[in-house]
Design a binder for this molecule. Structure first.
Ligand code: 5GP
Ligand code: MN
Length: 329
């Protein structure tokens, strides 16, 4: 699903001067790396670029080259020529970054979420791409936009983060070809980037894992695994929201588990639901959409109003129903 060509976007990028590049709340490595990569490329062209995210730069991604460019949005809106939303399935997941854009002549929406409805004036949604970073690479290459070491490292980090370090099913030959090109032409040190991405967590992340493992539950058949994090535990351990990114993989990694779910109590009376599937026949995006969320077939999320117990019950019931109807060998 894509109405706009890279050529059309390339033209808009060259013909305008002031840009705002945005991504979704609670950003991940793909969102932040894609933002920085495109921003740095536009800066090389002499453009004036703002790079905003509601949460600002996360501690865990502050190693990304020129991470300083990415800031929280200003409280007073700023006018730009072009606003670009990256990796953001629905426009209101831009959060306060959306409000910080005063007027924009053109809105561009570049994403890889199947559930993206295609908001904006120019839209590229490639749900086959495992990461938005892969689409940004193709845009940069096809349009002859600047690509230097810093840009390559941001793109590599984006792709590594969203493919589970080149493991998830959407990882394709093209993904490896792009990664290879980035490593070769950007002269990247893969070991160092991987260490920064996967072996530099604060100790409190492991302490958090220890606590949430105490809440671990499996369904009778062993196909559904879940755990949860209450506000109290989060406060006791003084964890940051970013600390739980990826912990759900421990559930997914269990043999026999098809759906893994993480429930996180939020301060606004909602529960953040994070869901993973190991089988294309069990579409967790569809399940999350029933609760107002979205995402990908195998990785999706939602924010659901209610207490932790209420939301756990409702969501686990919906998963049980889905599994009952899915034909799983
Ligand atoms: P995660 O579980 O890592 O937070 O998110 C998994 C995927 O689902 C991501 O691609 C993310 O964009 C999407 N997602 C997570 N939470 C929500 C949500 O509340 N609404 C929508 N539309 N998508 C979400
Ligand atoms: Mn992504």
């Amino acid at each position: 699903m894509s109405d706009t060509t890279f050529e059309q976007i390339g033209r808009v990028l060259r013909e305008h001067q002031r840009f705002a590049i945005l991504s979704h709340v609670r950003p991940d490595g793909d969102a932040l790396g894609s933002q920085l990569a495109l921003a740095l490329s536009l800066q090389q062209l002499g453009k004036h670029v703002r790079v905003w995210n509601e949460d600002g730069m996360l501690e865990k991604y502050s190693f990304l080259p020129r991470a300083d460019l990415l800031t929280k949005p200003p409280s007073v809106a700023e006018d730009v020529d072009v606003a670009i939303a990256l990796d953001t399935a629905i426009q209101n997941r831009l959060g306060t970054a959306l409000a910080a854009v005063g007027s924009a002549k053109i809105w561009i929406n570049i994403d890889h979420h199947r559930s993206n409805p295609g908001y904006g004036d120019m839209v590229i949604i490639d749900s086959r791409a495992p990461a938005t970073g892969e689409i940004i690479f193709r845009l940069i290459k096809s349009q002859g936009l600047p690509l230097n070491h810093d840009i390559a490292e941001n793109l590599y980090a984006a792709m590594s983060a969203d493919t589970g370090s080149f493991q998830y099913p959407k990882t394709s030959a093209r993904t490896f070809e792009i990664a290879s090109e980035l490593v070769r032409d950007g002269v990247l040190d893969v070991g160092r980037i991987s260490q920064q991405l996967y072996e530099s967590f604060p100790r409190r992340r492991l302490e958090l894992l220890r606590e949430i493992l105490r809440t671990m539950r499996f369904s009778e058949c062993g196909q559904v695994a879940s755990f949860s994090l209450s506000l109290k535990t989060a406060a006791d351990l003084a964890v940051l929201p970013e600390d739980n990114e990826g912990l759900i993989d421990h559930l997914r990694a269990v043999r026999g588990v098809i759906v893994a779910v993480f429930f996180e109590e939020l301060a606004d009376g909602k529960v953040r639901v994070s869901m993973r599937s190991k089988d294309e026949k069990v579409d967790v995006c569809a399940i999350c959409q029933k609760f107002g969320g979205g995402g990908h077939t195998l990785a999706a999320g939602a924010r659901v109003r209610g207490s932790l117990v209420e939301v756990e019950e409702k969501v686990l019931e919906e998963i049980r129903e889905t599994l009952k109807h899915a034909r799983i060998s």
